[in-house]
Ligand binder design. Sequence first.
Ligand SMILES: [Zn+2]
Length: 113
Amino acid sequence: MANTYELSDGTRLKKSTIDRLVKECKDRVSQAVINDQGYLVCEDCRRNDCQPVERSHNISVDMCQKLGVTEYAYADENITHRGQPCHKIYDSKPNRDLINKLLARLKPNSNQF
Ligand SMILES: [Zn+2]
C-alpha cells in the first residue's frame, strides 16, 4: 500500500492516520502540562523568553517511520516542549543518548541509532 509506514509489530498505518495521531499526541501532552503547571515552558532551558514554545519530537517522525517504529511518532514520552530557539538547536543536533534510551524501551533488540 502506498504511503504507509510500519509499526514495530509489523502492521502499517496510512500517513494521514499517523499525522492525526501525532497531532492528538501533541495536544494531549501539552494539555497534561497545562493542567499540571498552568503554562508551557521550554523544558531544555526553562527560560520564559524561549518562545514560542513548540512541541518537539525527541525522535523525529521521519526517523520513527524509517526505523519501522512509527508508533513512537505519537508516543507521549517522545514529545518535549522546546522554545523555538532550543527546538532548532535540538533538531540540528539530536540527543543520541535520549534517542537510544527511548528506542531501547520500545524495541529492546533494535540497532542503535
Ligand atoms: Zn529553550
